[in-house]
Design a protein around this ligand. Structure first.
Ligand code: F6P
Length: 546
């Protein structure tokens, strides 16, 4: 293993940890509304104006002292040095011996970034240029299929980071999309690609195979089946006009039959779940064109500058990460909800599930020993207002503590003020309701007007009380533009980084997904009758049912 760059210090070994524990106990019974009463200037340290973003974290179970202790904790954990190490290209992905440089793909600075003593920026620019030129050709119709027709449909074949990011962003930027229709196939289940191929004409369809490793079972199975489907209708030479690949593994892409000219390189210093900024974003770039793709990168680049240059107490990703640690490690919260108030971002929670849970779902600390505190929050959510009619009951009146991020946009994209006002009213009202709740006195007041008898009023009352005091963060953004989307995604990427540093874990490997992959190969041999492997009783029984 590579030498350790990051400090190796357990979360609980920081001097301010004990003080935080004591302080949490002291204020545990103080409501958020009481904090507002006690702190006339609370918004001064809990709200942040940055570019098109307004972030309000005032509705949290914390006071200024607690906030200051969290900032101290971040300082003690070596976060400043870690940020510098990441951005400079140090090998901070120790367990895979790699740098972590998705930030290099969108850097707004021109300073060289060295990997193996070589400046990688010229390479980044060259890969981007190749992608932009290609996208321009396809979008303009100059790129022709095997019968001379222009491309009308794109199919992205990938899984995990090679699918979730591109799929989420294409959906999020539908308003900016050109005439190309983009579809995504990821699951190994044969029905998925069959459904995706329905109605497609091979003469006008371009397949983008995205796999960092080019060894992923799902992606290669889908790519092979789709190639067969294509060759049933088209000549072999047609492959060159209809199949392109994105990968670090150029040997394997060639083996698959993809012309090196049609292969878009990516680098091992970009993790799969952080790769939409690279050539992995080819389908995004095809859907919205290079101009909007560049804006996406610019927004992320601006957030990188904010993150790397702003003092912790004003640093949005740092503050959000610390609050999350506050609830996770001191209040026993296990999950966080992410509620974007726009249908365009309905898949943001699914995208962030991989980003957050694959990165920080680790029980081994950087010292190689199990940590003795919780890491990795469980992420879930759906778009508002749909979510209000689905699972909000549990957030309002359930027994679990679920901190939630509310993400909203001031201006709608299509300018319908009636709908937008209603959307924003719900967006604001929900966080107010979660904060303030409804007291018994308020409930009784309402029930008095209901026509129910006094006994019935008393019986009904407990069910109508809302305890309130539920923590939320509000991320209010001007409008859903490519630039603001880039900044929003980068914000969560940096939140992941900060939490990994404080939890003293390695955020950029994903060994936890390997065992299942290995066993699936073995079980496949059992299913196909090629081997008879030993398994536990339950697994053998299940195999006998197939
Ligand atoms: O699920 C594990 C994983 O390695 C992810 O990290 C990655 O995004 C995905 O598989 C796909 O990998 P590849 O791009 O190499 O096909």
């Amino acid at each position: 293993m590579q030498k350790k760059i990051l400090l190796d210090k357990a979360l609980t070994a920081n001097p301010s940890w004990k003080a935080l524990e004591t302080h949490q106990k002291k204020i545990a019974e103080t409501s958020i509304l009481t904090h507002f009463k006690n702190e006339p200037h609370r918004l001064d340290y809990t709200s942040f104006d940055w570019e098109d973003f307004y972030v309000d974290v005032s509705k949290n179970r914390i006071d200024q002292k607690g906030f200051e202790l969290l900032i101290k904790l971040a300082e003690e954990s070596g976060l400043s040095e870690a940020i510098k190490a990441q951005f400079s290209g140090a090998i901070i992905n120790t367990t895979e011996n790699r740098a972590v440089l998705h930030t290099a793909l969108r850097t707004l600075k021109k300073d060289p970034i060295l990997v193996d003593e070589k400046n990688i920026l010229p390479e980044v620019e060259a890969a981007q240029k190749k992608m932009f030129d290609f996208c321009d050709k396809v979008i303009s119709g100059d790129w022709k299929g095997y019968t001379g027709k222009s491309i009308t449909h794109i199919v992205n074949i990938g899984i995990g980071g090679s699918d979730l990011g591109p799929a989420m962003v294409v959906e999020a930027l539908a308003h900016y999309q050109n005439h190309l229709e983009v579809r995504f196939v990821s699951n190994v289940e044969g029905d998925h690609h069959v459904e995706v191929l329905k109605g497609l004409n091979p003469e006008t369809t371009l397949f983008v195979i995205v796999s960092k490793t080019f060894t992923t079972q799902e992606t290669l199975s889908n790519a092979n089946s789709i190639r067969e489907w294509f060759l049933k209708q088209a000549p072999k030479q047609g492959i060159a006009q209809h199949f392109v690949a994105v990968s670090t593994n150029l040997e394997k892409t060639q083996e698959f039959g993809i012309d090196p000219e049609n292969t878009f390189p990516m680098n091992d210093w970009v993790g799969g779940r952080f790769s939409l900024w690279s050539t992995v974003g080819l389908s995004i770039c095809l859907a919205v064109g290079p101009k909007h793709f560049k804006s996406l990168l610019e927004g992320a680049g601006k957030m990188d500058l904010h993150f790397s240059e702003t003092p912790f107490e004003k640093n949005i990703p740092v503050v959000l990460a610390l609050l999350s640690i506050w609830y996770n490690n001191l209040w026993g919260a296990e999950s966080e909800a992410i509620i974007p108030y726009t249908q365009y971002l309905r898949n943001l929670p699914a995208y962030l599930q991989q980003g957050i849970m694959e990165s920080n779902g680790k029980y081994v600390g950087r010292d190689g020993k199990p940590v003795d505190y919780q890491t990795g929050t469980i992420i879930w959510g759906a778009s508002g207002t749909n979510a209000q009619h689905a699972f909000f009951q549990l957030i309002h009146q359930g027994t679990k503590l679920i901190p939630a991020d509310f993400i909203g946009f001031k201006k709608s994209l299509n300018g319908n003020s009636d709908h937008q006002n209603k959307l924003l009213a719900n967006f604001i009202a929900q966080t107010e309701a979660l904060l303030a709740g409804k007291t018994e006195a308020q409930v009784m007041e309402e029930l008095k007007k209901s026509g129910l008898s006094e006994t019935e009023q008393k019986q009904r009352a407990p069910f109508k009380i809302f305890q309130g005091n539920k923590p939320t963060n509000t991320i209010l953004i001007e409008q859903l533009t490519p630039k603001n989307l880039g900044a929003l995604i980068a914000l969560y990427e940096h939140k992941i980084f900060v939490q990994g540093i404080l939890w003293n874990i390695y955020s950029y490997d994903q060994w936890g997904v390997e065992l299942g992959k290995q066993l699936a190969k073995k079980v496949l041999n059992d299913i196909e009758g090629k081997e008879k492997n030993t398994h536990d009783t339950s697994t053998l029984n299940l195999l006998s049912k197939i």
